[in-house]
Design a protein around this ligand. Structure first.
Ligand SMILES: Cc1cc2nc3c(=O)[nH]c(=O)nc-3n(C[C@H](O)[C@H](O)[C@H](O)COP(=O)(O)O)c2cc1C
Length: 215
């Protein structure tokens, strides 16, 4: 709890403004825009407060900074080098270097299978729902982290190089084998503007409202 409840008053936007401000950024540099302690404080705050089914609190996070962050993306590149056709690998390498490795850090999102298995045993009626609820709960945490990082001034994106990376990451950083890697979130000082927002289906075609005066 060391950093919990550090002063989050630097959050400049209200909730909906911060939600709308969150975008995917693919051109980063490694400048530190806020003290890394604030990122750790944010992780503690979100791990404490984000909802999970039956309050199982199965979310786990790893923050890689500096050389460790570079190493993650070098490992990713080496893994991809073996399975990507050479003509495609050139583009893949450029993207990984510019959009992820060049950033300030990476957050890894995990779910603890041991905690989830205990939930299956305690609530057998819901055992077949646990996997999907675990993903949903992790998604909420990822979204909150992404939104908060960008309110701090960072740009981030959401990546899924799992399960390709799982074993190498587990061995390198001695991650508990019960932790299942769900997503990677590289972040850094944004060097580009996000892509134009595409609204493929207008929101009013994606919602229904029933109630007095709405029929
Ligand atoms: C569940 C989920 C998985 C995603 N996976 C990836 C991914 O693997 N790589 C990536 O670059 N973006 C990924 N994204 C980001 C989306 O492509 C992006 O959010 C979407 O195109 C809208 O753009 P925006 O984030 O700028 O608003 C993912 C988003 C979600 C919600």
């Amino acid at each position: 709890m060391l950093f919990r409840l550090v002063n989050f008053r630097f959050m400049s936007r209200n909730f909906i403004e911060a939600v709308a401000h969150r975008r995917s950024y693919y051109h980063l540099d490694n400048r530190m825009l806020v003290d890394d302690n604030l990122i750790v404080g944010l992780m503690d705050e979100l791990l404490t407060t984000m909802p999970s089914p039956f309050n199982v609190q199965s979310a786990r996070m790893v923050l890689l900074l500096d050389e460790q962050h570079h190493e993650l993306w070098r490992m990713t590149l080496e893994t991809l080098r073996h399975i990507t056709p050479p003509e495609r690998f050139v583009r893949t390498k450029a993207k990984i270097e510019r959009a992820f490795m060049a950033g300030h850090g990476t957050i890894l999102f995990y779910e603890d299978e041991d905690a989830l298995n205990r939930m299956r045993e305690t609530f057998p009626l819901y055992a077949d729902k646990v996997a999907i609820w675990s993903e949903q709960s992790s998604g909420m945490l990822q979204f909150a982290m992404w939104t908060a990082l960008e309110d701090m001034g960072y740009g981030a994106s959401l990546q899924h190089y799992n399960p390709l990376l799982d074993k190498a990451v587990m061995e390198r950083w001695l991650i508990n084998p019960d932790w299942r890697l769900i997503a990677q979130m590289p972040f850094g000082a944004p060097l580009d503007s996000p892509a134009h927002r595409v609204d493929t289906t207008p929101p009013h075609n994606r919602r229904l409202i029933f109630g007095k005066g709405w029929e």
